[in-house]
Design a protein around this ligand. Structure first.
Ligand SMILES: Cc1ncc(COP(=O)(O)O)c(C=O)c1O
Length: 437
């Protein structure tokens, strides 16, 4: 009987995979030559279980989000409790405790000046909201000509159109959407690294652009300290401090996109804290719900919010159907409380130290260009791009879940990963890279 059941399961999963391959888009995927999508049946702690029975140690936290690991009892309880009361209700004309409790925590956790909270669906939408806030702000101040953005090369801000327009022009493939995307200004990628001594010439390109175009620029948008999907690059806090000062000098708003870096990933609750600065607008997402449900937040200063509200439209022009979804807000509240009550700073520091030691030997391989680590982010940059068709099965065979892009193999494990599991993850990565060497 057991054998028959096993055979049926296998058959079912073969069907699932075949249907998936024929009909389902995956992120950045081809419908002609799709990379395999591996059926996963459950996830618990730091392990994903595949349909074939294999368990993988998760190095991705589901793209920065699952900081507490999977199937966490307290996060499960938060969703279940809320589900018994109300899964969703429109946010126009109504409010509810999960949204209020979440806003209360976000206002307390972020810099004092950020007091107004817009809850929305995803990171990309949070960036759209931030850009619309900046645009409406300058309209309300009688400066409709200030509507462009100044972004950094190597940046990534999401996949919707306005967000894409602020992504790195090359890796963001602007040429494909040349006539559709709004045109923005781009400063060179900061070259001075997080741990280097500060080189004052690093800010010169940015300083020139903001000075020359200050009358057209509504806002600077950047990922503070750690650029993520545009290159996994960690830059000097002084760069960020000077950006803040230049925004003030030239009357430009600063949007900090902390969708990836927020909630402790770089070793501080928010990466802006490395430079002791506060943005005018802050975008949060990903780890906001501990990776359980899609939710993001755009926070602004009172000045930005009130200026918009006194402008021509009399309100901020955005209001998604699923705004402040109660299930997502409830789990976000639980996730923030869990983080706040944990020793995450110590854990992230330990992971930083351990990854520095255990990933360092990768740098001796001829195929590897560089290894870099910041907080709970470990990056192995290769000389050549890695083909997912080839590398994903190798990682799975080694018992780990990593998803390289381009020349970058990177890990941002759940903070709850213990040092033995982290050693298995880094050891398997070292082995796979050196065997393929
Ligand atoms: C810095 C940053 N901004 C925005 C986004 C977009 O978020 P989402 O994928 O939730 O739309 C991402 C996603 O990777 C990100 O890393």
């Amino acid at each position: 009987m057991e054998n028959d059941g096993g055979a049926k399961m296998e058959q079912d999963w073969a069907d699932v995979q075949a249907f998936d391959r024929a009909h389902l888009w995956h992120p950045y995927a081809s419908m002609v030559d799709p990379v395999s999508a591996w059926p996963v049946v459950s996830a618990d702690g730091v392990r994903l279980e595949l349909a074939c029975g294999r368990k993988l140690i998760d190095g991705m936290s589901s793209w920065w989000a699952a900081i507490h690991g999977y199937n966490h009892p307290e996060l499960n309880r938060a969703v279940t409790n809320q589900l018994g009361r109300m899964a969703h209700v429109m946010f126009g004309g109504l409010t509810h405790a999960p949204a209020v409790e979440l806003a209360r925590r976000l206002v307390a956790l972020t810099p004092d000046s950020l007091e107004k909270v817009f809850l929305c669906d995803s990171g990309s939408v949070a960036v759209e909201v931030a850009i619309k806030m900046a645009t409406q702000y300058w309209q309300a101040r009688g400066r409709p000509d200030k509507r462009r953005l100044l972004a950094l090369r190597g940046g990534y801000h999401g996949d919707t159109l306005a967000a894409m327009s602020a992504c790195d022009p090359v890796t963001g493939m602007h040429h494909l959407f040349a006539d559709t995307l709004p045109k923005q200004y781009f400063a060179p990628r900061p070259s001075c690294r997080f741990d280097d001594s500060w080189d004052p010439s690093d800010i010169a390109g940015f300083a020139r652009l903001i000075e020359v175009h200050r009358d057209e620029i509504a806002a600077v948008i950047l990922e503070p300290i750690a650029q993520g999907a545009g290159g996994m690059w960690f830059y000097h806090p002084e760069y960020l401090r000077q950006v803040r000062a230049l925004c003030d000098t030239h009357n430009v708003l600063l949007i900090a996109d902390e969708i990836a870096t927020g909630f402790g990933r770089t070793g501080r609750m928010f990466a802006c804290e490395h430079a002791s600065i506060a943005p005018d607008i802050l975008c949060l997402g990903k780890a906001l719900t501990g990776g359980y449900l899609t939710l993001a937040a755009t926070l602004s200063t009172t000045e930005v919010a009130e200026t918009i509200s006194r402008g021509g439209a009399g309100c901020f022009m955005h209001g998604p159907t699923f705004m402040a979804n109660p299930l997502a807000c409830a789990v976000a509240v639980a996730s923030i409380d869990l983080l706040r009550d944990s020793d995450w700073q110590v854990r992230v520091q330990d992971m930083d130290r351990q990854m520095r030691v255990e990933l360092a030997p990768c740098a001796t391989l001829a195929t590897v260009r560089e290894v870099r680590v910041l907080g709970a982010i470990g990056v192995v940059e290769m000389h050549e791009p890695l083909d997912l068709h080839v590398w994903t099965p190798r990682f799975i065979e080694a018992g780990i879940w990593l998803r390289p892009f381009g020349r970058l193999v990177y890990m941002m494990p759940p903070y709850v990963m213990n040092s033995a599991d982290l050693s298995i993850l880094t050891g398997a990565l070292r082995r796979v890279l050196s065997e393929a060497h």
